[in-house]
Ligand binder design. Structure first.
Ligand code: IMP
Length: 550
């Protein structure tokens, strides 16, 4: 395509005549030869310059490049450890208001990874890992099950509580026990005697499918059967999972799902600390099927963590270890030398974090990500930009600084898949609780919403922010709330589409290409003054609605 005609600064000049009938790319070459210094800054000039100071994501912009492809063509595959790659470069933080099994399952289905928190007992955490590994798209692996002793009144209460009325009935009321019937709303709705047992009213002419049935096969049986629920049973007739008609339409295909290639199970990741007790915890997680362990510390360059990395690499060579957190090359060097398969970068940039204020340590996030990931790249160790991600632009900037993936806490805490319930704030907004793991609340609690049974001494969950000998808890985080963001099944596709459009504007067709283009100096940057930042945000409007996607 010839470049556009019109009166520009070059109009009528010999240079203009030379380029006007050329293809865009050839014209660009002629212009580059004429004006050898490129517009904007290369990444080193942007970040290594002492005059600029250490930068955060808001301090710079990426200059647009050339669009030669559709946004949908942009691919986002990226490694999270030396051995494991994801199709979506998004991780959720190991925090008790962000990642339990529901978040981990849904993020994995969407191609990312949820790191299960450890502010709970080892058994509870292992149970969550097991649920991720056992999850099969479309099958309900932990259905509400009634027992032969459940009464009609109790079944009605359960229906009220959960909002649906079809429950399988087994001998013991547990999964893995013999299936004896199914209760539907119609069976109990107008039943006059609440004290009758469900066994008196349940349907017993059951249509079931055997364990191992694929989702497509099970859906076909369900469609044929005209029933609301299809119980999946093993050889002995024990209930193993359930398929629901109302979920039929929701059983979307997840082509990006993060799966281990050999087992086809979802990839599971969980965090632990570096205390001796954490070795027992890890054993339980490994028994539950863990693939990636994240050593959760705000300052990862410690004797304890280095020893833990070595111990894990020796004891469980099949498990990948992500070490951290780090913000300097020296910290990274210790952990890479110990054998880390990935690094987590960030100190003090988290939205619920007061580390920099209280400890006077940390580093602005863009500077930290660039320093560590450009160093780690020499050893083939992928890095996670952890914390401070408030929008799609920050994700792009973290990745442009060299991170392979980004980790988010606050941005995902308001989704339906995070733990906890929504509530209405004093201002009348729908919100969910979000708290730093170094907040006094989190350090004192064993698990959000309770549930952990063991004592604090045996609970390594809060070890990220205090040592056992500490008499006084010094907070490094706050607790608060975040706005409702709906389901990650909508929010994550929005983030991904935004990411694709951004890479298209930059002119890089994949994350690999983006990293190469940044290193080669093709991708250019610009510093942002305070007034440039104000200009780049909505301004001058009396009021506005900031709806991000539809
Ligand atoms: P966000 O995405 O900006 O909300 O940051 C999430 C990240 O903050 C987590 O992945 C942790 O690295 C970090 N973080 C979590 N809790 C605390 C805390 O209490 N103090 C400091 N940093 C925290």
């Amino acid at each position: 395509m010839p470049i556009a005609n019109g009166d520009g600064a070059l109009a009528g000049t010999p240079l203009r005549r030379e380029i006007e009938n050329l293809d865009y790319r050839d014209a660009l070459k002629v212009l580059e030869a004429e004006y050898p210094s490129k517009d904007g800054l290369d990444i080193h000039t942007l970040l290594d310059s002492k005059e600029n100071g250490a930068l955060t994501y808001n301090d710079f912009l990426i200059l647009p490049g050339y669009i030669g492809f559709a946004a949908a063509e942009v691919t986002l595959d990226s490694p999270v450890t030396k051995r494991i790659s994801l199709k979506t470069p998004l991780l959720s933080s190991p925090m008790d208001t962000v990642t339990e099994e529901n978040m981990a399952i849904h993020l994995a289905l969407l191609g990312g990874l949820g790191v299960i928190h450890h502010n709970c007992s080892a058994d509870e955490q292992a149970d969550m890992v097991r649920k991720v590994k056992r999850y099969e798209n479309g099958f309900i692996s932990d259905p509400i099950v009634l027992s032969a002793k459940t009464t009609v009144g109790e079944a009605k209460e359960l229906k009220e509580k959960w909002g649906f009325g079809g429950f399988p009935v087994t001998e013991t009321g547990e999964l893995k026990s013999k299936l004896i019937g199914i209760i539907t709303t119609r069976d109990i709705q107008f039943h006059p005697r609440p004290d009758d047992l469900v066994t008196e009213v349940m349907s017993t002419d059951l249509i079931t499918a055997p364990a191992g049935t694929t989702l497509a096969e099970a859906n076909a049986v369900l469609r044929e059967s005209r029933k609301g629920k299809l119980p999946i049973v093993d050889n002995e007739g024990n209930l193993v999972s359930l398929l629901s008609r109302s979920d039929l339409l929701k059983n979307l295909n997840y082509p990006l799902a993060s799966k281990m290639p050999h087992s086809k199970q979802l990839i599971s990741a969980a965090a632990i600390g570096t205390r001796p007790d954490d070795k027992n915890r890890l054993q339980k997680l490994v028994d539950a099927g863990l693939d990636i362990v994240v050593l959760d510390s705000s300052q990862g360059n410690s004797l304890y963590q280095i020893e833990m990395v070595k111990y894990i690499k020796e004891t469980y060579p099949q498990i990948d270890v992500i070490a951290g957190n780090v913000v300097t090359r020296e910290q990274a060097a210790s952990l890479i030398a110990a054998g880390a398969d990935g690094l987590r970068i960030g100190m003090g940039s988290g939205s619920a974090c007061i580390t920099q204020e209280v400890m006077a340590v940390g580093r602005p996030q863009a500077a930290a990500v660039f320093a560590v990931s450009s160093f780690a790249a020499r050893f083939g160790v992928p890095c996670i930009a952890d914390g401070g991600i408030q929008n799609v632009g920050h994700i792009v900037k973290g990745l442009a600084m060299g991170a392979s993936t980004v980790m988010m806490g606050g941005l995902l805490a308001g989704t339906t898949e995070s733990p906890g319930n929504y509530f209405v704030s004093r201002e009348g907004k729908l919100v969910k609780a979000y708290r730093g793991m170094g907040s006094i609340d989190a350090m004192e609690d064993k698990k959000a919403g309770g549930g952990a049974k063991d004592s604090k001494a045996s609970n390594a969950g809060t070890a990220r922010y205090f040592s056992e000998g500490d008499r006084l808890l010094v907070a490094q985080g706050v607790s608060g709330s975040v706005l409702d963001r709906g389901s990650v099944t909508k929010f994550v596709p929005y983030l991904l589409a935004g990411l694709q459009h951004s890479l298209q504007d930059i002119g890089s067709k994949s994350l690999v290409e983006l990293r190469e283009d940044v290193v080669s100096g093709k991708v250019r940057f610009e510093l942002r003054t305070v007034s440039a930042q104000a200009e780049g945000n909505v301004h001058g409007l009396d009021s506005f609605d900031k709806k991000l996607y539809s």
